[in-house]
Design a protein around this ligand. Structure first.
Ligand code: HEM
Length: 543
């Protein structure tokens, strides 16, 4: 509570400093490329601060959409003012160019450090400068996913039942954002720290609190001029420290015990396949690293991971539920997803595993469609030119060192020339082509016998590979919710599995009253936030 009040005071302080500071600045000094057009620049008195402050609200979306229609459609880059540093928005055709650049030319890490102020808000600059957790997620988590499916499913089931209840007679009003936050924190932490901590409410509150405090403190601190940030950052990150301190009370003894257990297993030669979680992988990864191999440091890494995982997945789960249940097609979507889940489970003897999940192509499509239409960033693929010689795009445009650039994710996702009826939520948009190719292949086999099987196999395989580009985890220059290229979200394989299992569990075990309108998302500082207070009526199904 005291930290909520502190945040309000800090917000006031930050805005005061920011207004004073930005009044002296011209926004145009952010980008040193004279040939590019700007959008959304204000004129008249205090034009600079008004432009920057204006970019924090809903207005930024209309500005970006106008720029996209006017310039991106003609393959021209434009400059979008931001509250901190304005950004060159490249046309969609240049997304591949961004993805192809070496880290020594365009830096995703520096962009992340600048936009989140990770050196301060994560309480240890090495968290982002030496992101060991990313490597472990990319390698171990993705590789182990198959063996973790049952645990993820169990934790989601226990979590939803806990927060939504088991009453099969009466409807219950539940906060979507609030309950999805709790459910997702539990299931993510089941994989990060295992069963012993993932149901500990105090630890979970601290993990969620840390994730929220990191995002908020970064947004507020960015309003303070860079030269003053090192002096005042410590005040802004007090809530972050508090949540880390509270979580560490549980995390540090837990990590110490895990280190002992792993040493013991090594000594006795008796393997412990049950210790299959992020903490184990991390301890093994840093075993020989004198600086990293300490419980407090590992605890910070786990909290950093919670920051990357919790809000992204909570926003996504909230959007999925609102998008499905506020659609005029809600009944059809629910019916067809239920049939799909029943069929997949009946084929696997009721067991959840990698293959069962792979059969959920309609469910997968509903997840991807929400990520498309309700993506939570206006812009994406945030990068900074770090090559001292600058970077020259494939269309010849030269961007000097220090230029911030990215893509207009929202506009690309809502472009009718890319997605038919782009502003309409169409849950099975991505599964229809996959179903058609599968059905066509099946019909050909059945109709033409063995001789045709070979040619069908070749053709069917090609179609299958083609249709695979429509899966939630597949990024492209027109599907950017996880970014694209080398720095695309490494947690997306886990997140997609978690979201599909969550949708499947909710559909199979709950009735939800459809909504007449989709509660709108809001726009804050370039982020698109789902409604945090809206509720839905749920009732456990009698099975
Ligand atoms: C639906 C949920 C999620 C969404 C939409 C999402 C989205 C993103 C996006 C847009 C990026 C930036 C990519 C870029 O700069 O091009 C990112 C990076 C990252 N995400 Fe996720 N994420 C999600 C879940 C997760 C989870 C569950 C984890 C961890 C288990 C995770 C870990 C990370 C990490 C470590 C990075 C930094 C990667 C790098 O810079 O190379 N994310 N994510």
């Amino acid at each position: 509570m005291v930290f909520d009040q502190l945040s309000v005071v800090l917000a006031g302080l930050a805005i005061l400093i920011a207004v004073g500071y930005t009044a002296q600045l011209t926004v145009k000094s952010d980008v040193d490329v004279d040939s590019l057009p700007w959008v959304g620049l204000k004129s008249g008195i205090f034009a600079g601060p008004r432009t920057r402050i204006g970019s924090l609200g809903t207005g930024v979306l209309a500005t970006m959409e106008a720029g996209y229609r006017k310039y991106s459609a003609s393959e021209i880059s434009f400059i979008l003012p931001r509250s901190d540093k304005s950004m060159v928005i490249l046309p969609g055709s240049q997304v591949k160019w961004i993805a192809d650049q070496a880290d020594s030319v365009l830096s995703a890490q520096l962009a992340q450090r600048n936009s989140l102020l990770t050196d301060y808000v994560l309480l240890d600059p090495t968290m982002a400068r030496n992101p060991i957790q990313e490597v472990i997620v990319r390698r171990n988590l993705t590789r182990s996913l198959g063996s973790l499916v049952e645990e993820i499913e169990e934790e989601l089931a226990v979590g939803v039942a806990h927060y939504w209840g088991k009453d099969t007679d009466n409807w219950k009003e539940v906060g979507v954002f609030e309950t999805m936050g709790k459910v997702v924190s539990r299931s993510s932490n089941r994989i990060f720290v295992g069963l012993s901590l993932c149901r500990n409410d105090e630890y979970l509150d601290s993990a969620e609190g840390f994730a929220g405090a990191v995002a908020l403190s970064g947004t507020l601190l960015k309003l303070v001029p860079a030269m003053f940030q090192p002096l005042v950052a410590w005040i802004f990150v007090l809530p972050n420290r508090f949540h880390l301190y509270k979580a560490s009370k549980y995390l540090i003894p837990f990590i110490q015990q895990r280190m002992k257990d792993l040493k013991e297993a090594e000594k006795t030669g008796i393997p412990r396949p049950d210790l299959n979680d992020y903490t184990t992988w991390h301890i093994k990864e840093v075993e020989l690293d004198g600086i990293e191999n300490t419980p407090p440091k590992i605890a910070k890494r786990i909290m950093t991971l919670n920051f990357a995982a919790i809000h992204t997945s909570t926003f996504t789960a909230t959007n999925i539920l609102f998008d499905i249940y506020a659609s005029p097609m809600a009944d059809t979507y629910v019916k067809e997803i239920r049939e799909e889940v029943e069929q997949a489970l009946s084929e696997s003897g009721g067991k959840w595993d990698k293959n069962t999940i792979a059969k959920l192509i309609k469910t997968d499509s509903a997840v991807r469609e929400s990520l498309r239409i309700s993506s939570f960033m206006c812009t994406g693929m945030d990068r900074v030119v770090v090559d001292p010689h600058g970077a020259t795009m494939s269309n010849g445009l030269h961007l000097p060192q220090g230029t911030r650039l990215g893509t207009s994710t929202y506009s690309i996702h809502h472009d009718d020339s890319i997605y038919e009826n782009a502003i309409t939520y169409d849950a099975f948009r991505f599964s229809r082509p996959r179903e058609i190719s599968t059905a066509a292949g099946k019909a050909r086999i059945e109709g033409n016998g063995d001789k045709m099987q070979y040619s069908m196999k070749k053709e069917g395989l090609a179609k299958l590979l083609e249709s695979k580009n429509l899966a939630t985890v597949t990024t492209s220059d027109t599907f950017l919710s996880f970014g694209h290229g080398r720095h695309a979200c490494p947690g997306r394989f886990f997140a997609a599995t978690e979201m599909k299992l969550l949708v499947a569990y909710i559909m199979m075990n709950y009735d939800v009253k459809p909504l007449t309108i989709r509660p709108p998302n809001s726009f804050i500082a370039g982020s698109i936030i789902p409604p945090m207070k809206k509720t839905i009526s749920v009732r456990r199904r009698k099975l």
